[in-house]
Write a protein that binds this ligand. Structure first.
Ligand SMILES: Cc1cc2nc3c(=O)[nH]c(=O)nc-3n(C[C@H](O)[C@H](O)[C@H](O)COP(=O)(O)OP(=O)(O)OC[C@H]3O[C@@H](n4cnc5c(N)ncnc54)[C@H](O)[C@@H]3O)c2cc1C
Length: 437
């Protein structure tokens, strides 16, 4: 049986492992940390005993490959989708709005119906949406930013503030001035212009680790694969007969084929800068984009919605953890997570200042919170929640210049922004490339 080494136990590495195990390959997965999941994990908060994610993750019904992966490992039932696309918004001054897109209407009638009833915008903001639709299948310039594209398509400031900018920041983890219009176009094609329910949002009804970590490990092990945690790879050296891998603990592993499913800057440290000159140079250009989560435990529940988009505040989203988990995982009453994406502008702030700001803004949008007391708070900053490449570089593809070394990860050329779906697709694509050899 041919042995394949997969480096990295995030969604990309796990998806590649599952695909290769299904095809009868012998898989060894090497993961640096003691747990699987990469940038998607949860832990128990020692003060409250609640399950806390490293950051709230949302899925969409159009995450085709992710749902296939969950089906295979048996996690699908722990993902809950809204019956129809719905986002409740609260504005610091103007009050509450809801964007609700009915699933029973076909595209684009569903969107038209949603925007006509979305009181954050005016009906005169709606006709320019046709311009975006007309550009959905155009080959956009790789250097075009979301900001420039939306301006070119005549999107008015009200529509930008209430819909486009929050969508761009949440889906791409980049501000419209820095984000590639191609990625927003891809999200629109897949989520809003494909199946009429492709945009429905989903979430795990357990902590992220509970959703897939043990199930993926068992799936691989039961099919003869090995999952080795605590194995940090230090170098990958391909030659004509295979690939030699060195780990920090001194192992030297020879394999027929290898998939590197680690983030770009980590990969740059593992490969030879001379042998892989162009790839190495590209990997070093990736720029990390942070996401902050401010977890707050109040002495009472005052929010009813499962999640809420915030407008006119620095905090962008608030997630109601006990409502999201139901009885399936631990979240005390009054436990909320507030999130800011593409949050470079918050990196200089102390945790105490972030907590103060989150509470102040919560008081503005939920006046009911003013008499609630904060019992406990925990800030999580994921400095490199996702990584983006400057527009002048070509995103690396699955196949490297060496025929036995393949790449996977949400940062590779999947056509999607860096997301779970991008990661799973990249893992499947790397496995498929090996199956074709
Ligand atoms: C706070 C936050 C919120 C997010 N929200 C969303 C969301 O709502 N929806 C969405 O779709 N996506 C979201 N994302 C993005 C999503 O988490 C990522 O796109 C996805 O998890 C990337 O998976 P990956 O397998 O490509 O990379 P990773 O998860 O980074 O996996 C790489 C793995 O490689 C391992 N590794 C690194 N170096 C070595 C080494 N030397 N040897 C061995 N192993 C190594 C790492 O430990 C890690 O386990 C969010 C991310 C964060 C951080």
């Amino acid at each position: 049986m041919k042995r394949v080494i997969i480096i990295g136990g995030g969604f990309a590495g796990l998806a590649a492992s599952v695909r290769l195990c299904d095809a009868g390959y012998s898989v060894t997965l090497l993961e640096r940390r003691q747990q699987l999941g990469g940038r998607t994990f949860s832990f128990t908060d020692p003060v409250t005993g609640d399950t806390v994610d490293n950051g709230q993750h949302l899925l969409m019904k159009c995450y085709r490959e992710t749902l296939d992966f969950f089906d295979r490992i048996g996690s699908r039932d722990d993902v809950v989708f809204q019956p129809q696309f719905r986002i409740d918004f609260r504005h610091a001054v103007d009050g509450a709005y809801t964007l609700r897109v009915p699933s029973f209407l076909p595209v684009p009638l569903n969107l038209l119906s949603g925007f006509l009833r979305f009181s954050a915008v005016h009906w005169t903001d709606i006709p320019p949406l046709r311009k975006i639709v007309a550009e959905l299948h155009k080959d956009l310039d790789t250097r075009l930013t979301v900001d420039a594209w939306l301006k070119h398509c005549g999107q008015k400031p009200r529509m930008r503030r209430a819909f486009w900018d929050p969508l761009c920041i949440a889906a791409l983890n980049q501000r419209p001035q820095n984000a590639s219009a191609r990625y927003l176009q891809a999200v629109l094609q897949e989520a809003f212009w494909g199946e009429s329910d492709g945009m429905r949002l989903g979430y795990a009804r357990t902590g992220l680790s509970g959703l897939f970590e043990n199930r993926a490990r068992e799936y691989i092990s039961k099919r003869g694969g090995e999952v080795l945690c605590g194995k940090a790879v230090t170098s990958i050296v391909p030659d004509s007969s295979g690939v030699r891998i060195h780990t920090r603990s001194g192992d030297v592993i020879d394999t027929y084929m290898c998939i590197a499913a680690v983030p770009p800057l980590q990969l740059a440290r593992m490969i030879c800068a001379e042998t892989f000159a162009e790839l190495h140079h590209t990997l070093c250009q990736y720029e990390p984009s942070p996401i902050f989560s401010v977890n707050l435990w109040f002495d009472r529940a005052f929010m009813r919605e499962p999640m809420c988009g915030l407008l006119g505040t620095t905090m962008e989203w608030v997630f109601n953890k006990p409502v999201l988990y139901g009885d399936h995982d631990r979240a005390s009453e009054g436990f909320l997570t507030m999130v800011v994406s593409a949050a470079h502008h918050l990196l200089h702030m102390s945790n105490d200042d972030l907590i103060d700001m989150a509470c102040r803004e919560l008081h503005q949008v939920f006046p009911e919170s003013r008499c609630a007391e904060v019992l406990h708070a925990r800030v999580i900053c994921e400095h490199a929640a996702t990584c983006a490449l400057p527009f002048s570089y070509a995103v690396p593809k699955t196949q490297t210049p060496h025929p036995r070394l393949f790449l996977a990860g949400d940062w590779t050329d999947t056509g999607l922004p860096p997301t779970i779906e991008g990661a799973v697709r990249s893992g499947y694509a790397a496995a498929d490339a090996i199956l074709l050899k």
